[in-house]
Design a protein around this ligand. Structure first.
Ligand SMILES: Cc1cc2nc3c(=O)[nH]c(=O)nc-3n(C[C@H](O)[C@H](O)[C@H](O)COP(=O)(O)O)c2cc1C
Length: 240
């Protein structure tokens, strides 16, 4: 049987076999990732609300793979990041975001590979969602390397910025056990669509990417593969 179908079958909820679940709150994984020693920390700009009507944006959205060499602005980048991880609400100690997440566990982390963004050095950055800032983790040009890791898809090298979405899967496994990966991918889908819509509203081209050599992307980020894995990419740039 196809392995994906087997996973789906193995993790079905079946009424007669449904167990009651005990949640050990003392073992809840940390909600936010923050680097202890980033190379640099840069605050993100506040997003301006408003803009074109949502239904017009949905009708216009398309995957765009050809980008000009014009850089995007830091405001535009900040808005794109807000669309995938912006905090929009608080209930007690719990934060809510622009995207929905199963159980409000937010297993997806966001990294960006900067090629051409005004006021921002080329490099790899992690988004510190809690503090609404970027943490520089590696300095330099990573376009070629990330393109190569994405099965030689050159749109990444041409992009102004590429997003790398990873999952800290323990955040979801804590509650959903074997079913967690279903929800992690659903979360990533919502994030991808928000990014597409935000890019379209800003007049930028976006294309999400599922085809990549997993461990090459994990290695570019130097993440601990036993805890965190790359699951989805997206390239963004000005229209050509
Ligand atoms: C999960 C997923 C993975 C994708 N992977 C790639 C990819 O690796 N390379 C690519 O060029 N486009 C990729 N795409 C974009 C699709 O090809 C595109 O959405 C589809 O052709 C429909 O076109 P549209 O987005 O312009 O409506 C992906 C889209 C999704 C949702």
């Amino acid at each position: 049987m196809n392995k994906g179908k087997k996973y789906h079958d193995d993790t079905k909820y079946v009424r007669e076999k449904m167990k009651s679940r005990f949640l050990d709150w003392s073992k809840k994984p940390k909600d936010f990732k923050q680097y202890l020693h980033p190379l640099k920390v840069i605050p993100l700009k506040k997003t301006k609300l408003g803009g074109p009507p949502i239904f017009d944006i949905m009708a216009k959205r398309r995957s765009i793979r050809d980008y000009s060499i014009t850089p995007i602005s830091y405001e535009e980048l900040s808005t794109l990041i807000w669309s995938v991880s912006g905090i929009t609400g608080k209930y007690g100690d719990h934060f809510f975001r622009t995207t929905p997440s199963a159980g409000g566990l937010y297993p997806v982390e966001i990294y960006i590979m900067v090629n051409r963004v005004k006021e921002l050095e080329k490099g790899l950055y992690h988004v510190d969602v809690k503090e609404n800032q970027l943490e520089m983790i590696k300095k330099g040009s990573f376009g070629k390397l990330l393109s190569r890791a994405a099965l030689d898809q050159e749109l990444i090298e041409r992009s102004a910025v590429s997003f790398i979405f990873t999952a800290i899967f323990e955040r979801s496994i804590w509650k959903y056990e074997d079913r967690a990966f279903r929800y992690i991918y659903m979360d990533a889908g919502h994030i991808g669509q928000n990014l597409y819509l935000a890019a379209t509203a800003l007049g930028l081209g976006c294309c999400t990417i599922g085809a990549f050599f997993d461990d090459e992307v994990n290695d570019i980020l130097s993440i601990e593969k036993e805890k965190e894995i790359a699951i989805y990419l997206a390239a963004i740039g000005k229209y050509r």
